[in-house]
Design a protein around this ligand. Structure first.
Ligand SMILES: *[C@@H]1O[C@H](CO)[C@@H](O)[C@H](O)[C@H]1NC(C)=O
Ligand SMILES: [Ca+2]
Ligand SMILES: [Ca+2]
Length: 368
């Protein structure tokens, strides 16, 4: 543990330091334990805990596109605006700088910084909410992977004692993640929890396939990692966060993260111990909310830590892989342990993973 603390403190230093220090770092051996400085949330592979072989191989993208030609009826046209509206903003295309040459977590493949050219696209201004996801379930009868498997990963800090007492397994590298029977999008902390007072919070416990199914139904798609990162940056160049380089300018919180000590004490200084209603914090320069913090967000790309430094046009990531890229960090992220609430930061999960801090938003080439 001490070793990890020293190791991590070293990279945090680098992150805010000069070019000279970065050169020193580049001579360092590659860290052999990438999970040693992570929040452990990329270890949420269900197959290490639960065995199942009955999972459908049907592509939800195809199935749900064919079974509905309707747009979700979420908006109250001409009426009052609510967070259940499927609001999107146009993100203009063009050139942006993806990744960073000062990686805070080098094993994640945050670098090199590279020039990327994108077509314009529309993006949901907020994470898909429980209410929106409910509309999808109502319309399609879709059953999420967590419901099929019968469990999902929940951070033990949000579990009731009753639920916790029934669990005997945990993720070895990250013991605060517990597989909870009956945890799913409707029951974020297990069977004795509900979403009735959280309809405007991001939907959680959705796998990558679930997210793809929702976006297809809405006649949208998941963003590529490049699209997500371009959107995160909000028009700023080479900054850490969607709003700049300072985490809390003038003492104001710009995202729902973890204050206090991870994983033992969450002070909730930003107003929220768990997820927050979407759009509770200021939008970035593109009018997008919670791009970092609140819930992690799936992207369409397969995971790889090796990137070309060459200029790219509409990159879509590797053609295949085992994990999908997720971006933005969550309400569980603290600088000491999961400094991934930066636009260049990234992490990964297998496509069937689901957890109490992982959601998504959709994009589209067409106007909403
Ligand atoms: C889903 O269906 C139920 C039962 O018909 C209804 O009460 C609820 O309002 C619907 N929710 C959404 C978000 O469409
Ligand atoms: Ca918080
Ligand atoms: Ca988010």
């Amino acid at each position: 543990m001490l070793c990890y603390v020293a190791f991590h403190a070293f990279f945090l230093m680098i992150c805010a330091a000069s070019v000279q220090v970065v050169e020193v770092r580049s001579n360092d051996p590659t860290p052999t334990e990438p999970e040693a400085q992570s929040c452990g949330c990329h270890n949420l592979k269900r197959d290490v805990l639960v065995t199942t072989d009955s999972h459908a191989s049907e592509d939800p993208a195809v199935k749900y596109l064919q079974t509905t030609n309707e747009k979700p009826t979420l908006s109250t046209k001409g009426g009052e605006k609510s967070v259940s509206d499927s609001q999107m903003v146009l993100i203009s295309g063009g050139e942006f700088l993806m990744g960073t040459d000062n990686p805070c977590i080098p094993p994640d493949g945050e670098g090199p910084q590279r020039s990327v050219n994108l077509e314009p696209f529309f993006m949901d201004v907020h994470e898909v909410t429980n209410h929106q996801f409910k509309s999808f379930i109502n319309a399609t009868g879709y059953v999420t992977e967590a419901e099929t498997f019968g469990d999902s990963f929940v951070f033990d800090g949000v579990l009731s004692e009753a639920t916790k007492s029934q669990i005997s397994q945990a993720v070895a590298a990250a013991p605060w993640w517990l597989p909870v029977k009956g945890a799913d999008w409707k029951h974020p902390e297990g069977p004795d929890s509900s979403i009735t007072d959280r309809t405007d919070h991001p939907v959680l416990h959705v796998s990558w396939r679930d997210a793809v199914a929702y976006c297809s139904w809405a006649q949208k798609r998941l963003p590529t990692e490049a699209e997500w990162e371009h959107a995160c940056r909000g028009g700023l160049k080479d900054r850490l966060y969607p709003w700049g380089n300072k985490l809390t300018p003038k003492g104001q919180h710009y995202s729902n993260l973890w204050q206090g000590d991870f994983p033992t004490h969450n002070s909730g200084e930003d107003g929220y111990i768990k997820t927050s209603p979407v759009m509770s914090f200021p939008a970035n320069g593109y009018g997008l909310y919670d791009m970092v913090g609140n819930a992690w967000e799936w992207t369409s790309d397969w995971w790889s830590v090796h990137h070309t430094a060459d200029r790219q046009h509409n990159p879509k990531g590797p053609p295949s892989g085992t994990d999908k890229v997720k971006k933005g960090g969550s309400y569980m992220c603290h600088k000491s342990y999961c400094y991934r609430y930066r636009c260049a930061a990234r992490s990964q999960n297998t496509p069937d993973s689901s957890a109490s801090n992982l959601g998504f938003r959709c994009v589209s080439q067409e106007p909403p």
